[in-house]
Design a protein around this ligand. Sequence first.
Ligand code: HEM
Length: 453
Amino acid sequence: MPSITRPPGPKGHFLLGVLPEIREEDIKYATRVAREYGDIVFMRVVNIPTYLISHPRYIEEVLVTNYRNFIKAVYLRESRALFGDGLLTSDGDAWVRERRIGQRAFRHEHIDTYADTIVRFTERKLDQWEDGQTRDVHQEMMRLTLEIVARVLFGRELADELESAEHAISVYLDQFADRFGMYVVPEWIPTPANLRYRRAMRSLDGIIYDAIREGRRSNGDERSLLSAFLHAQRRYGIEMTDQQLRDEMATLFFTGHETTGLALTWTLFLLGENPAAEARLIDELDTALGDRPVTMADLRGLKYLDCVIKESLRLYPPAYGVVREALSDCEIGGYTVPKGSTVAMFQWVVHRDPRFFDNPDRFRPGRWEDGLFDRLPKFAYFPFGGGPRNCIGKDFAQFEIALVLATIMRRFRFRTVKGHRTWPLPSLTLRPEYGMRMELRSTVNSRQSTVNS
Ligand code: HEM
């Protein structure tokens, strides 16, 4: 018989619950609470009863064993202005249908044909960079991954539209962060912030609907994920409306660049702070590639590159938490989790747990070299989520990050600008709150001077 007692947890403010602490400490609050109270913690975030779950075994129960008892949580359901009923936010039959279509569209033979585009777009960006310049690497990586995802999704480059798309997504994320803080007036009240938000969403919709019209006109003949969706739905005899396609494209437009852009930003930051790891990576790339560009075929042999990316996704998982809502009472870790409660599982917390990772806060790519991945309990490391609702873009993301990173490190190294504050801000994703100002150093020059000396 399950116990009905509540797990331990912080008491919080009588009205706001633990919201003030979350606002104060951001993501680090979850780690502190998990270390203080244990693997299952109860807390109230304003009026939302929330269970913070930080043991791989319990996470597996929610995401795999008992996944049917959970739907996406209220925070995500409220993101419908951007995602509509796309894959990330939908539940039930609608999700099953879209996932089947999406999975077909993401089949390997479609996506790995984008490797050339990824390398070419990266080279084009690097051509604008110079030795000694200071750049906001976060902005640069977001723009690059946005350019790539636009090409992959719609089969063409969005030139002028990219700026408005970028702006719309930033406005959306600001709104999301405020909404999470519950400091926001309802969306229908025409405050300046809400009007800006509506304008931003309208302009993003305009860009996406134009691309859908173009894709339908060309009968999905160009190579793109949109046309793969159009073909896949035909195969299943399902007609997707423009609205459904819009929701799917908006979802992939966002998820397909925000997370990879962040993964690259945090990786460049970590390498900048760890010159020994950086030197080893550059050395591996030099030895394997000589002077030629990286290709898909090289990736399997670039073992240290893979370790660097794994370690970066461990320390700074761009999707830093997975959140669900219980459909009926269930038992987790001997406690009853009542229907309607929110269950939060933070990669940020579990990935830094000393029970699973030695010296967890240190960036040590080498820890992955001797088969750590296979030894870890399932869900001690889950940057792409897990179970039926795992990340549909996981393979694409992994090779995109690897190709971009390898291409960049062939030409540049990075150092954080002195005095620059680096702080991970949890919104829907984990963005660096103050950007990422870094100084660029050409590795081509240093390679030549080593050869000449
Ligand atoms: C480093 C890169 C990425 C990370 C860390 C990441 C992480 C995640 C995580 C943790 C989830 C599960 C969310 C949940 O269970 O609530 C997820 C779902 C999803 N991701 Fe990714 N993702 C990445 C890249 C991508 C890319 C490149 C795409 C598309 C091109 C994508 C599309 C999606 C979609 C559509 C879902 C929802 C899947 C579903 O519910 O069926 N992601 N991702």
